[in-house]
Design a protein around this ligand. Structure first.
Ligand SMILES: [Zn+2]
Length: 295
């Protein structure tokens, strides 16, 4: 993808406002401030619901081609490589009459860029809010690392669903908002480099499967207690299949697929299930205790 030896930071890191002011003018100059404004809205939502007592993190931009996002205390560091990827990600048209919103349009690409950056920085913010560092010290194995990533993935997914729910109120029925949320998050993270080989995150298929499951089970009205239900399962699984097929058709050079089709059909006694069990039974409880935040 790139030559790491050439990835020097010639420009010092900048806070987002400074970055936006000094960035050379181009076709993204108008949309980028709006994308970071959406991130800011989501940060305020997360702080109001989960992050009481925590400062809203500042976003800092590092001038590196490497696609990266990470937390450092109350700062979320992102790279210009990530921003460029976000601006160039395609939210592909899907081949289906069963998807009740237009896909692959310029408007949806624009919304997709907002959701992509917001989901990524929210995932990072949740590492802070959910006190993941504190758990990591006690559980140092790879399963725990994956479980913490899963926790951040699912919290960020829920936050995106709530954002779309508020913004689209009355314009789309709830099941369609869920499908749209999955569609936008799918293409956001399917384009990210990494996966099992980066040593931090679970495989991409496991991440996507978890996100799909989370979107199925979120309460439409989150003031009501959660109850088990899979009424959205069929519609979301349909989206999973259509999104993955569209991604693979557009990226024939991707030799290994995400493995998500196998996960859909093959769901007993697998290592990823053991990871989820551990997260549910142990790590999730520890995180909840440390951070005093509900899931
Ligand atoms: Zn993470």
């Amino acid at each position: 993808m790139m030559n790491r030896q050439q990835d020097y930071e010639f420009t010092p890191p900048q806070w987002v406002d400074e970055f936006l002011q000094t960035r050379p003018h181009d076709q993204h100059s108008e949309s980028l401030p709006a994308i970071f404004a959406t991130c800011d809205r989501l940060f305020h939502y997360i702080q109001a619901v989960f992050g009481k007592g925590h400062e809203i993190p500042q976003i800092r931009v590092r001038h590196k081609n490497h696609v990266q996002a990470e937390t450092a205390f109350t700062v979320v560091n992102i790279t210009t490589g990530l921003i460029d990827l976000c601006l160039n990600t395609k939210f592909l048209p899907l081949d289906s009459e069963r998807i009740p919103f237009a896909t692959g349009t310029p408007e949806l690409n624009q919304l997709g860029r907002h959701i992509m950056m917001s989901w990524i920085v929210s995932h990072e913010y949740y590492h802070i809010v959910r006190a993941h560092d504190g758990v990591q010290d006690d559980f140092t194995d790879v399963h725990t690392r994956h479980a913490l990533e899963r926790d951040a993935d699912l919290m960020a997914t829920a936050a995106i669903y709530r954002l779309l729910q508020r913004d689209l109120k009355g314009r789309m029925p709830d099941p369609v908002v869920r499908q749209l949320a999955f569609y936008l998050i799918f293409f956001s993270i399917r384009h990210l480099p990494g996966g099992a080989e980066d040593g931090t995150h679970p495989e991409i298929g496991v991440r996507l499967f978890g996100i799909a499951t989370k979107i199925c089970h979120l309460q439409e009205d989150n003031s009501r207690p959660a109850e088990a239900g899979d009424e959205h399962f069929e519609a979301i699984i349909h989206m999973v299949i259509k999104c993955e097929l569209a991604y693979q058709a557009e990226n024939p050079e991707v030799q290994r697929n995400s493995g998500i089709f196998k996960l859909l059909t093959d769901s007993t006694n697998k290592p990823w299930l053991a990871t989820i069990d551990r997260w549910e039974n142990k790590v999730k409880q520890e995180v909840k205790k440390l951070s005093q935040t509900p899931t």
